[in-house]
Design a protein around this ligand. Structure first.
Ligand code: DGL
Length: 265
């Protein structure tokens, strides 16, 4: 495998740029190819079979671009398609759920962890299942909010609209006294500061991008395929509206200034 081959990262939209940003900040020599499937956003409410089909289509495209690893930034895909994706490709395919759970579990002294995610991720029970494998005493409280994802993806709602909505959505976490909150959707880390303000000192906020980036670094190191840093390239594709992708994406990924259109099925 070519060490300087790019890492493929994909998501249902712009939200996965939170993962791309974290990977690049940890591994600045790496090239990446990012695909945001904005044209078919959102994945959260879609049937499992459809999510799996889209995930294969995008991963096939990334493989055809010569990536050395695929990072499934999307929690909705990670919670429903890893059993299909991992054996399908000759390169490592990493999702976000297991590593986030491993990262978050020791942080919770009260063993009460909140997960804010899409309906698809919540209904899959992937996070509670991952925690029960790590420590069956951990209680997981899940809240699904697709509307909050959509507000962020569309760049609509304004700061106050998002704040009002977020404070309502997270009240079950306050009531149940979680001391760790996983922002289990790529769009939510955009709200890390706000969530911290809303929950105060009560809970530590966990962004899956951090856990998965550490895993990316570990995998590349162990496989001896870290890039030697020869002119890293960053290529971004969207299946949706490039203007909107740049507008919303540049808030998440400063410096984002070009995006290519990608036609999938
Ligand atoms: N990117 C998805 C995730 O991380 C959420 C957005 C969607 O509904 O497509 O779960």
């Amino acid at each position: 495998m070519n060490n300087d081959a790019p890492i493929g990262i994909f998501d249902s939209g712009v939200g996965g740029l939170t993962v791309a940003k974290e990977v690049i900040s940890l591994l600045p020599n790496e090239s990446i190819i990012y695909v945001g499937d904005d044209g078919r956003f959102p994945y959260g409410p879609r049937p499992r079979e459809e999510v799996r089909e889209f995930a294969c289509e995008i991963s096939d495209f990334l493989l055809s671009q010569g990536v050395k690893m695929i990072v499934v930034a999307c929690n909705t895909v990670s919670s429903q398609a890893m059993d299909l994706l991992v054996p399908r490709y000759p390169i490592p395919v990493l999702g976000v759920i297991e590593d986030t759970a491993l990262y978050a579990a020791p942080l919770s002294l009260k063993k009460r962890i909140g997960v804010l995610a899409t309906p698809g991720t919540v209904n899959s029970n992937a996070y509670p299942q991952a925690f029960s494998r790590i420590d069956p005493q951990i209680k997981v409280v899940q809240v699904a909010s697709q509307a909050l994802v959509n507000l962020i993806e569309n760049g609509s709602g304004g700061e106050n609209g998002v704040k009002d909505f977020a404070s309502k959505v997270i009240s079950p976490f306050r009531e149940l006294g979680v001391d760790v909150l996983i922002l289990g959707c790529t769009h939510y880390p955009y709200l890390t500061k706000l969530m911290g303000e809303l929950l105060g000192d009560q809970a530590q906020i966990v962004d899956p991008a951090v856990a998965v980036s550490l895993r990316v670094k570990r995998e590349l190191t162990e496989r001896k395929v870290l890039s030697e840093g020869n002119d890293p390239r960053r290529i971004f594709y969207t299946t949706g509206n490039p203007t909107l992708f740049l507008k919303v994406g540049s808030r998440i990924f400063p410096g984002l200034d070009s995006v290519e259109s990608l036609k999938l099925k």
